[in-house]
Write a protein that binds this ligand. Structure first.
Ligand SMILES: C[S@@+](CC[C@H](N)C(=O)[O-])C[C@H]1O[C@@H](n2cnc3c(N)ncnc32)[C@H](O)[C@@H]1O
Length: 293
C-alpha cells in the first residue's frame, strides 16, 4: 500500500508529541520532509499507517528506539572538530590563559560541558586544546562532559571514531598526534578520550551536577521555539559556576530577539559569549577584563 503524505491533523499530533518530549518545534513547512522520513521508518518497521507509528512511539520502548530516528528527521547531528575556527582561537588565546591565570595557584580544576554534543567533536576539540595548552597538564583536574538527547550519537561519541569529514578542519599534525588510523577512519587516542564522559541529558531538564567553568550550547537553539530556548538558557546558566562562560556560537539568536535578550541574565562579552559574574564584583570585573581585553 502506497502511503500518502501526513495529513495536517497527523502532523500536528506527531509535532506536539515531539515538542512535549524534546522541545523541538516543527514548523508546518516540515510536513513534506517529515512525511518522507517517516514513510521510510514505517517501511523499516513494517507498519501500515502513521497512526500505527504514533501508537508505537507512545510506548516507552518504542519511544526510546525511535527517538534517534525522529531527531534525525527533524534536526541534524552535524558536527566536526574545530567547528568555527574563530571560536577556537578565542578559546585558546583568551579562555585557556584565563583558566591558567585564575586557577593556576588554586584548585587547578577545569569543568566543561558540551550541551547537545552530538557525536562529541566539540567536547573532544576542547579536550585536545586543554591537553596542548595547560602547562604541566597532569597537575590539572580536567573534567569534560558531553550530553545529548540521542542515544545513537552518545554511543558514537563514546567510541571516538571519526571519518575524514569530521576531521576536515583539523590540522594534519593534530590528526597524527591525537588519533590513530582505523581503516579509513581515525580513532582518538585514550589520552584524550579519557578526559571526556558522555551522558543523556534533555535540555528542558535541570542539569544536576552544575558549576561548570565553561558551557558550549551551539547549533541547537535553532530547533526550539522561544519558550524552549528560554528554558535551555536557564538550564545552562544555572549550571555555570560564578566567573564561568557560556558559548552560544556564531549563530547567536539571543541578542536579536528582545524576548530572549531580556531573559538572558548573564553578561554579554562578545558575539555568542556570555559571562556569569561572581559574588565578589571586583574579582568578577577583573575576570571579565581579562577575557575581553
Ligand atoms: C547540530 S547538533 C550540534 C552539535 C554540536 N553542539 C556542534 O555545534 O557541533 C544538534 C544536537 O542537538 C541534539 N538535541 C536536540 N534536541 C535536544 C534536547 N532537547 N536536549 C539535548 N540535545 C538535543 C540533537 O540530538 C543533536 O545531536
Amino acid at each position: 500500500m502506497e502511503l500518502k503524505k501526513l495529513t495536517i491533523a497527523e502532523f500536528k499530533k506527531i509535532a506536539s508529541f515531539v515538542y512535549e518530549k524534546t522541545g523541538i518545534h516543527l514548523e508546518e513547512s516540515k510536513l513534506g520532509l517529515l512525511s518522507n522520513r517517516l514513510r521510510k521508518r514505517l517501511r523499516a518497521l513494517k507498519l501500515d499507517t502513521f497512526n500505527d507509528y504514533f501508537k508505537l512511539i507512545q510506548s516507552k520502548e518504542g519511544y526510546e528506539q525511535e527517538l534517534p530516528h525522529f531527531l534525525s528527521a527533524v534536526t541534524t547531528n552535524e558536527t566536526y572538530f574545530f567547528r568555527n575556527e574563530k571560536l577556537w582561537e578565542y578559546f585558546s588565546n583568551d579562555l585557556i590563559p584565563n583558566f591558567i591565570k585564575m586557577k593556576g595557584s588554586g584548585s587547578k580544576a577545569v569543568r566543561i560541558w558540551s550541551a547537545a554534543s552530538s557525536t562529541g567533536a566539540e567536547a573532544y576539540t576542547a579536550a585536545i586544546l586543554l591537553r596542548e595548552l595547560l602547562p604541566n597538564f597532569n597537575s590539572w583536574n580536567v573534567r569534560i562532559i558531553g550530553t545529548d538527547i540521542s542515544k545513537n550519537v552518545l554511543d558514537a561519541a563514546k567510541a571516538g571514531v571519526y571519518n575524514t569529514y569530521a576531521l576536515s578542519k583539523t590540522s594534519k599534525e593534530r590528526v597524527e598526534r591525537w588519533f590513530k588510523p582505523v581503516g579509513d577512519d581515525f580513532e582518538l587516542k585514550d589520552e584524550i578520550k579519557k578526559l571526556v564522559t558522555f551522558q543523556f541529558h534533555n535540555l528542558r531538564d535541570k542539569f544536576p551536577n552544575g558549576r561548570f567553568d565553561l558551557i558550549f550550547l551551539r547549533n541547537v537553539l535553532m530547533y526550539f521555539d522561544n519558550k524552549m530556548k528560554k528554558q535551555a538558557i536557564t538550564v545552562v546558566s544555572d549550571a555555570l559556576a560564578q566567573g564561568g562562560h557560556l558559548i552560544i556560537g556564531d549563530v547567536d539568536p539571543i541578542r536579536t530577539i528582545p524576548e530572549l535578550n531580556e531573559h538572558m541574565k548573564l553578561d554579554y562579552i562578545r558575539p555568542g559569549t556570555y559571562f556569569k559574574p561572581g559574588v565578589n564584583s571586583k574579582e568578577s570585573q577583573a575576570q571579565k577584563q581579562l577575557v575581553t581585553k
